[in-house]
Write a protein that binds this ligand. Structure first.
Ligand code: PLP
Length: 457
């Protein structure tokens, strides 16, 4: 028998993550709620790490996984194919646009991006373009925590320590168009930011550039940053002009999160490779995928196959979760619900900006919404960074039983943003609940930091 240690001793032995919160121990979860061991209830206004798209405790997903565990819990992908991986690949290929029908499974978002970068490089070598190796990313951005993904991530806090052992790639500014002070229209600014990619390509030498990687709607680093419409076609045009691959990181934005199946579907984007994870298994199992076109995969297969593969790639239980999640997304109409509830949430957040004039720039699509906290929203003047206003806000909300999402990032415009991204099953009453607690939390933040509140003084 295993000796029972005290919970505190066990907790010290647990893994350490880059979190600053003293976290309670979770007990159970259902729908959009979680409960801790003391019985306190929390509204999951962040869907965990913006991944629990179908909500907690979904019986159909749990039962599908149990059935798969009873049949085959593991079969090594180099020895056997499995029906769940085949079905999930077909389900994704049917839903993805523009010939993104060659699917490769991994176990998470960082692994998905790593696989995208390696596939892009192997495509170049397979097609006699060995000189192409630079992958341009954006500042700020988030693509994961492994050495390869950090190389294209724009966040000095996460990357600098590890630059010495990785190979940091060129970055272009993310399109923070709402922060610019110029006479251009938003669409003109969109073009200007896209053109910065071309400038960077020319600076680096077009023959050395392999790919451009971006989140179509920025997530953790930029809090639902939506570029102007003009940005997307211009980026594709530039990539085509120089023979550069376009990689979309849809790890956060994929699987209905933004009110379309992919974030890029809002603009009918045509990426060459897409990374998926998070909502793909909705947190029920570690799962990620890349989807690529035959143009990319064909030469790689013909020259011996993808030089890549993890023990848990295409895991049957994880893929069973993925198949069941796609089924639930369809059955419950979650892409549509994300679009409809997202508009309701946007309206409520806009209303909060009138009550709390220090928040502004409500943005996002579907249930992928963000906003900024400013010292002066008109001048776009940030609060002193030492205040850590965004982190204080998430603590105040957590104390009140609401989980929202925010990270501190270094690089690009200084920002105190936060995100509200509940599971895609959220109802209008529950949006009301989220907004009520968020309002209380903003009130508390205003009192602590002496920020202006409508009707005060
Ligand atoms: N890419 C994006 C856009 C993400 O938001 C994340 C995680 O937040 C990742 C990649 C990395 O995913 P994971 O945490 O599963 O490694």
């Amino acid at each position: 028998m295993i000796a029972v240690q005290s919970v505190e001793t066990d907790r010290r032995a647990n893994l350490f993550h880059f979190t600053r919160l003293q976290r309670p121990i979770v007990d159970r979860a259902d729908g959009i709620y979680l409960w801790d061991k003391s019985g306190r209830r929390y509204i999951d206004g962040s869907s965990g790490a913006v991944n629990v798209n179908v909500g907690h405790g979904n019986r159909n997903v749990i039962d599908a996984m149990k059935r798969q565990l009873d049949r085959v819990s593991f079969a090594y992908i180099f020895q056997f194919e499995n029906e769940q991986a085949i079905e999930l690949a077909r389900g994704l290929a049917d839903r993805l646009p523009n010939g993104l029908n060659r699917i490769y499974f991994v176990s998470g978002g960082s692994e998905a991006i790593e696989a995208c970068l390696k596939l892009a490089r192997q495509w170049a070598v397979s097609t006699g373009q060995d000189k192409r190796w630079k992958i341009i990313g954006r500042m700020p951005s988030y693509h994961g925590v492994t050495i390869g993904t950090l190389a294209v991530t724009g966040d000095d806090i996460l990357t600098k320590t590890f630059d010495a052992i990785g190979r940091p790639m060129p970055l272009v500014p993310a399109p923070f168009v709402h922060r610019d002070h110029d006479n251009l229209s938003m669409e003109q600014r969109g073009i200007r930011y896209a053109d910065m990619l071309e400038e960077k390509i020319l600076e680096e030498g077009p023959e050395s550039v392999l790919a451009f990687v971006m989140e179509p709607i920025g997530g953790a680093a930029t809090a639902a940053l939506v570029p102007p419409n003009s940005y997307f076609p211009r980026i594709r045009e530039i990539c085509d002009r120089y023979g550069i691959l376009l990689i979309h990181d849809e790890v956060m934005t994929g699987i209905g999160r933004t009110g379309k199946f992919l974030g890029g579907d809002h603009w009918s984007c045509r990426p060459d490779i897409v990374a998926l994870s998070k909502g793909l298994s909705s947190g029920y199992a570690p799962l990620g995928a890349l989807a690529a076109t035959q143009r990319i995969v064909g030469p790689v297969v013909e020259t011996g196959g993808f030089l890549h593969g993890h023990t848990y790639g295409g895991n049957p239980v994880a893929c069973a979760a993925g198949v069941a999640v796609l089924g639930e997304v369809d059955r419950l109409g979650l892409v549509e619900n994300s679009a409809v509830m997202g508009e309701l949430l946007r309206g409520e957040l806009e209303a909060l900006t009138r009550r709390f004039p220090f928040i502004a720039d409500v943005r996002g699509k579907g249930l992928f919404m963000g906003a900024e906290i400013y010292a002066d929203p008109l001048a776009k003047e940030p609060l002193p960074q030492g205040l850590n206003a965004n982190l204080r806000l998430i603590d105040l909300a957590f104390e009140r039983g609401l989980i929202i999402y925010s990270r501190r990032v270094r690089g690009g415009p200084v920002s105190d943003n936060f995100m509200v991204c509940p599971p895609l099953i959220v109802t209008s009453d529950q949006i009301g609940e989220i907004i009520a607690v968020l309002g209380d939390s903003l009130q508390a933040l205003a009192a602590e930091l002496d920020l202006p509140v409508e009707g005060r003084g």
